[in-house]
Design a binder for this molecule. Structure first.
Ligand code: ATP
Ligand code: MG
Length: 417
């Protein structure tokens, strides 16, 4: 037996309704905020992610699926959605259109990680990117969009944490303070963090290594280093969240995994789904679009992990949709009768009725058993007498009531018209 690659998962027919439910709700919520869908390629030139995510991140350092294609180009399967959207935004000149440009996506992502509950090598994200506006009101709107999605899905026990990681100016001062503080503990850091301390000290706060976590427990906090503009931005965001009745906690340890964030960063975290508790992460990235060649286009966005969201839905006791049974099963005996069943099925599908017929040359008893198994609401039987009279014997499975219905009347009858 050939099995699926480690860290990948099949979505089986019994689960796909849940996915459709989440995807549909996500689209509806995004469109409530006037966001429009953007679809970008599954793979990009590796350069897109080096620029758009940053070379000191876990993603770029160790998680990317990168390969040379047959033309000798370095290609990477997208590990997240934002960088590709930024590339597409600039390449297609969307910055010259109506701003802010509110975009959303649903995409699979690929990261070479150690698979565990809530951590896969192929997973899915719903994300939004609001590009062109620099105010804290847009940060608030993006956070409220994520919250609206969680609420509409019926997810419980999720907490919102917010922080500011400042702009280039205040981050520089903070990085120096952090570096100084860490000098005393340098030898206790993991190798990657030693490197991070030189290239991008903030990354050390995002390390999952327990020793590094211990060392960073009492580090100076960035909020004490923010410049006036960044303080103002943060307090405006807080005011708007309060106005909207959104509960949050300021957590100065949140720095997020990507290099391009500025000012606002946030996470929605649940303690309901085990160690991988972050369902949604996002923030402002005013320097990102510039990396792709369009100047002065600020942005803010987030991404939700759909697998983690589904785990959360299951653990929240939300009534998830189930696959509905087929509306009608047409049972038949004999060749001519089967042809009639085939013809009826075709006509009724044209009338938007879901229909199933026998494809296994089963006897009538087995056909009924099968109809029961697939949850048919009605079963129509065509024997030689029915065929002669141009009717079917129609049984409503819930209460066993039977009626004789003319071929042309079946659709109307079962639709209750
Ligand atoms: P983590 O800290 O858990 O590694 P991250 O900071 O790498 O998360 P982001 O890059 O911000 O995650 O991605 C946004 C969301 O995508 C996460 O909050 C999570 O729900 C989901 N996600 C990230 N990596 C994975 C993965 N390997 N498998 C499943 N979901 C993931
Ligand atoms: Mg990660």
């Amino acid at each position: 037996m050939i099995i699926a690659p480690k860290g990948t998962k099949d979505v089986l027919p019994s689960q796909s309704k849940n996915w459709q439910f989440v995807e549909k709700t996500a689209r509806e919520v995004a469109e409530l905020f006037n966001a429009k869908e953007i679809r970008t390629p599954t793979f990009e030139h590796t350069e897109v992610f080096l620029r758009g995510i940053g070379e000191t991140t876990d993603i770029v350092n160790k998680e990317m699926y990168t390969f040379m294609d047959k033309g000798g180009r370095s290609i990477t399967l997208k590990p997240e959605g934002t960088a590709g959207v930024a590339r597409a935004f600039v390449e297609n000149g969307l910055y010259a259109g109506a701003l802010p440009s509110k975009l959303y996506y649903i995409t699979q992502c690929f990261r070479y990680e150690r698979p565990q509950a809530g951590r896969l090598r192929e997973f899915h994200q719903f994300g939004v990117e609001f590009l062109g506006a620099s105010g804290a009101d847009v940060d608030a709107e993006v956070i409220i969009l994520a919250k609206t999605l969680l609420d509409r899905l019926g997810v419980k026990n999720v907490s919102l944490f917010i922080n500011s990681i400042g702009c280039k100016n205040c981050r520089k001062k903070y990085s120096e303070a952090l570096k100084k503080y860490m000098e005393y503990n340098y030898s206790g850091l993991c190798d990657l963090c030693k490197e991070r301390l030189n290239k991008n000290p903030l990354r050390v706060l995002d390390c999952k290594n327990p020793d590094c976590k211990k060392i960073t427990a009492d580090v100076p906090v960035i909020l004490d280093y923010l410049c006036d503009e960044c303080v103002e931005h943060m307090s405006k965001l807080e005011k708007l969240l309060q106005l909207a009745g959104v509960e949050y906690t300021v957590n100065p340890k949140i720095v997020r995994g990507l290099d391009y964030y500025t000012k606002t960063v946030f996470e929605f975290v649940s303690d309901n789904i085990g160690a991988q508790g972050t369902v949604c992460g996002g923030g402002r990235y005013d320097g990102l679009i510039t990396e792709f060649g369009a100047n002065d286009v600020p942005g803010v966005g987030f991404a939700v992990g759909i697998e983690r969201l589904l785990m959360l839905l299951e653990n929240s006791g939300v009534n998830l949709p189930v696959n509905e049974g087929v509306k009608l099963y047409v049972a038949s005996m004999g060749e001519k009768e089967y042809q009639k069943a085939f013809e009826i099925a075709t006509k009724l599908r044209e009338q938007n009725v879901s229909v199933e017929i026998d494809h296994m040359q089963r006897g009538i008893k087995s056909q009924f058993k099968y109809a029961d198994k697939i949850g048919a609401e009605f079963v129509a039987v065509i024997g030689s007498t029915e065929l002669e009279q141009g009717v079917v014997k129609l049984k409503k499975m819930a209460d066993g009531t039977e009626s004789m219905i003319a071929f042309d009347e079946i659709g109307k009858f079962i639709k209750g018209e």
